[in-house]
Design a protein around this ligand. Sequence first.
Ligand SMILES: C=C(O[C@@H]1C=C(C(=O)O)C=C[C@H]1O)C(=O)O
Length: 286
Amino acid sequence: MSNRSLDDLRREIDEIDDAIHELIMKRADVVQHVAAAKGIAERNDLPIRPAREAAMLRRLAAHHRDPFPFEALARIWQEMIAAFTQIQNQYSIAVYVDDDHQSMWDLARDQFGAQTPITAFPSTREALAQVFEGRAGVAVLPLPTVKNMYPWWTALAVANAPKVISRLPFAGVGNVRGTPMEALAVASIPLQPTGRDRTLLVIESTDQMSHAGLEKILKAAKLNAVYTTSADVEGWMNLVELDEYLEADDPRLEMLEVRDSIQRTHIIGHYADVIRSQDFRKMYKK
Ligand SMILES: C=C(O[C@@H]1C=C(C(=O)O)C=C[C@H]1O)C(=O)O
């Protein structure tokens, strides 16, 4: 045990705080040049780059030591990154919130920061419309796993639609209002693989297809589905989550499209696989 006095310890904490503060201001000086370097020019150009953020957080997780909780460190970084993106260009968030989906607001704020404007909408359609019409940069919507929930993802299966860019929470579940849930963020930005990614593929089929049948067809094309859900919206739409980053020109997609039962396929987004709380423990040295 240290026998240093409280005054002495607090003096050292003040020095550390000054160093952290100085470094954050120095980071801001560097970030001010990033917008130009990555070609942010228009009012609606979004500065968010989820692949880079995922790589940064995974690197921190691998380097982390107890006793400071990694979830808390990740939250500090997400707040910081959010503020650094706002320095590059301002944007706002549209989030779907109702009585059964109160946690969506908390997920949106933890990911995009307490200073980023967020507006709640009572339907997924209205939240998504904000992004389609350029009134918000990002929409935050429930992960499509809830039974019978309106299949908002079908709206992304059209040319030039915004795409799914990330899955929330990215680095551990925190306290949220209501039932804890996961969400997807939707926006128009350039996406990149991170080495551990998921792809969301919409497959339009002529008839209803069983999930087992669909997964068999995917397997024959050397694609591995980790989740499948379907909706009947003026024709059958099947949402498949693949355990890799699939590019739009991948020849395996053509293998699917030659099937009589399959009319079209659309990649509606990619996201970096999230770091789950149980994984932090394995990742970081104690
Ligand atoms: C600084 C950048 O812009 C954003 C802010 C980041 C940061 O603060 O580190 C990281 C990724 C982007 O979401 C970047 O793209 O490198």
